[in-house]
Design a protein around this ligand. Sequence first.
Ligand code: C2E
Ligand code: MG
Ligand code: MG
Length: 663
Amino acid sequence: MSLQQASRYHWRVLLLDMAARYEDSLTDRVLALAGVDLDVRPVSNLDELKPALEDSHFDFALIAGSSLASLAQQWSQSGAANLPPELALLLVLDESPDEAEVLECGMPIAAVLLRRSFTGGDLLAAMWQARLGSMFFASPDGMLLLDAMGSVQASNPAALRLLGKQTAELRAEPLELTVNERGQHEWTSAGGRVLEWRKQSLSDTGAAAVVTLRDVTEQRVAAQALAFRAEHDPLTGLANPQRLWQELRSALARADRDAGRVAVLYVDLDGFKQINDMYGHEVGDALLVAVAQRLTGICRAGELLSRMGGDELVMVAESFPPGFEARIAERVLAALASPLRAAGRTVRVGASVGVAVYPDHASDSEGLLRAADEAMYEAKRNGRDGYSLATSHADTISQHRQDIADGLQVALLRDELHLLYQPVLDLKRGQIVGAEALLRWNRPGVGTLHPMEFLDVAETTGLIVGIGDWVFDQICRQLAQWRWVLGEDFFVCANLSATQLRRADFAGRFRRILHSHGLTSKSVRLEISERVMAQELGRALGDITAATDMYIAVDDVSQGLLSLRNLSSLPIRSLKLDSSLVAGLPDDVLSAQLTEALISIGRTFNLSVVAEGVENAAQLAFLRERGCDYCQGFLLSAPVPAADFPSLVKTPELLDGLVTPLK
Ligand code: C2E
Ligand code: MG
Ligand code: MG
């Protein structure tokens, strides 16, 4: 194998011998000596260098002359003077230059000098050196060589570009490498670019250190945008709930330390849904942005405004004198008193504001927000467009709530939650046709907890969202299993809380879970309590009002909170009479009349009526006679674990005495 074949390198060399001697062909010597695979192209004068380099790629230009001074003179007069600085240049000289000649000749600074009597080893070493020099010049990162005093000795074009300076300017002043306030090795150039620098000391060389500079502007901008997105609401640019929680906790910690106070103002726009419905989402969104801007304008130092979702905003205020919280609420209402411009329209929007103060009304951030939320509902009840102050310390039981919250955080992971199923009897067909799924928490060391003992905490902490998804998923799995035993039409009722409803895309998520189990929405009936329905009217219900494919039941009907108009405008299929109503049957006159009235409303609006909490035969007889469609209760069965459900339903004695044959 020849040397050339064995070589791992193939380099292309442009060669010009300006002091060629007949007896010595530089081309031949270069080819013979280098020990690497060379492809040499001779040119005859300096003017040919540039076009040749533009024509095809060369790794080196090797130029031979009698002296550096004569070469430099011809160089400056020829087209070679503006060759790219990253060109790896070897200069072969008959005479060795002195120091002054080297420094002042005006040739490219990274050119490597060789004596004409070079050996193969000299040539190879020079070639590598020239390549390294060329890398220095071609690097997209800025590079500066510093001397022991910290002055710039050499700089590559990228460094000049990044710093916006000429070599001479850099040499004239010592380089100041600054560290920003976050301790990062960064500085912002005069042109506004963010430069990251790194300094590496060199040993055994003339230069004391090399500094690399990198333009990280785009990275920093992207990182800032990401950080902003993680903490802000995309529509209004206000703080998002995560940021609010974070800030609220810190504010409470500061208040503890300084014996200060923190006010939370829960702001809910009045009639936002109507505006959305009347003018469309575009105006609705623009209105939210306009409200956010207006309220941001009245925020003072130490106040934070955030958007919780929908048309709910929360303001947190610190360091204010006692009693001043009412003034902040008035400031918010006054700011919204004049109309706003939204997507070309002039809109007037009022707000209901609930105010709670730490430590007067709560002893933790969750309690504080809840107290403000409750006060906001109070303001709504009082006629809207006003504010209401939380009245009492809402959570002396806050320690207990914290304990529940801590336990719930891990309950799902530790498999501590499960569902019980209570059969639903079709009174007309005399058959079990469905079940209600009821959540239980087996809390180690405590026992089995009913939802009423932990749902409120699950809601205020937002944990209900994950739990709710788990419940749906669990129900769907169960239904898929039961389909063969209990039939295609068997349904399960799932209970929904306000927080779950308020989530954007609730309907979409629900459908996705159903479809992932091959089920349709008629298999899972959604129960929303009458209280939540009434509260959420015009707010979160928006998402499901359009969801006509869902089966929605109003749960715990006892108060008549929903107006008849709302019953017909919402996609409701069923009314579920609360056990408190059923408990009074048949003797309590008011309960009996209300039950009859509700059954009749159900018939008028084509809604099925379910009675729950049926505990005795007299209640059942009353309900059946009045035409109630379904019933649930201990008389039939308490909620049972999923594993026991099919056999329970198939027990022939279960319905003994409960159903009368169809006439
Ligand atoms: P609900 O939807 O009204 O459920 C009926 C409640 O009545 C259940 O209480 C059930 O165990 C109880 N019950 C059943 N038969 C009788 C009876 O004959 N007499 C009496 N006095 N009570 C009876 P539970 O299981 O404690 O659930 C309470 C509430 O918790 C439910 O009321 C529902 O609003 C909520 N809930 C239950 N599971 C979930 C869930 O998975 N997610 C959500 N968000 N809420 C749930
Ligand atoms: Mg229910
Ligand atoms: Mg109920």
